[in-house]
Write a protein that binds this ligand. Sequence first.
Ligand code: ADP
Ligand code: NA
Length: 301
Amino acid sequence: MVVDRIFSGIQPTGTPHLGNYLGAIQNWVNLQEECSSVLYSIMDMHSLTMPKEPAVLRQNILDTTAAILACGIDPKKCFLFRQSLMKRASQNSEGTVGLLTYPVLQAADILLYKSTHVPVGEDQVLHLELAQDIAQHFNKKYGEFFPVPKAILSTTKKIKSLRDPAVKMSKSDPQKLATVSIADSPDEIVLKFRKAVTDFTSEVTYDPASRPGVSNLVSIHAAVTGLSIKEVLHQATGLDTAHYKMVVAESVIQKFAPIRNEIKKLQEDKSYLIKVLEDGAEKAKELAAPIYQEIRRLVGF
Ligand code: ADP
Ligand code: NA
């Protein structure tokens, strides 16, 4: 796989949950090691499609930034920036970003850096198709210019809601105790796993179709320990699901304890967070400027 440039975005919804970490952020951390040109954007303009108090949005941007830095995103290994800072920096008289709709905005973000690869979850593959279509149309009309961006699919299984294993864990789940934040305290984590929905069989087995609740626990256990399903099942031999829930809770507590501490530390250093995002925007702008100039030249502006 020739990966020249990776682009990915995260919505600034505050501190991520276990699903966001295992399904996306962990992969981001690995990709910044493997590829020399990586852009991660805090998509604050996308989140304007969901009405929010400006103060809440500002806080969420900083919390999201603190969280992904704490997870291991390293501004020396990638450009981490706020989407709107970048846009403001590259704005010109005819550019009114407000006119761009969500999918177009996303396509523009990907193409502006001539990104070749975009890490996505299965649920986002369709979003990428517009960017691919635009790249192909542009190339047909103006000559080969944009790489057609490819998806890097996350291989992690969807983490399910702890209260309803038929649906994925999500920040918008209104059910209490369904979603585990990566900054939850040990007590909160224990409580949420204790209340996790399983079934009437006490043995621990892995069978997502007929035993989604306990299988979700096994998936989480495997994902946070880095062990295989087989290995964690072996560790669970002889445990009933009630005891197993506490084993899984403990593995989650262990995994996120250092990250949680780091999040707290970073949240207290607002000026550092702001500086990281501003520096990243500056570098993203430098990268995009000649590409943008060339686009303008090609279309005859
Ligand atoms: P949410 O459902 O909480 O709103 P998003 O849709 O904002 O999450 O997704 C952000 C990233 O996290 C995406 O890459 C998505 O694939 C991943 N993700 C979200 N929920 C889960 C989950 N339950 N399990 C695995 N990955 C997830
Ligand atoms: Na993503």
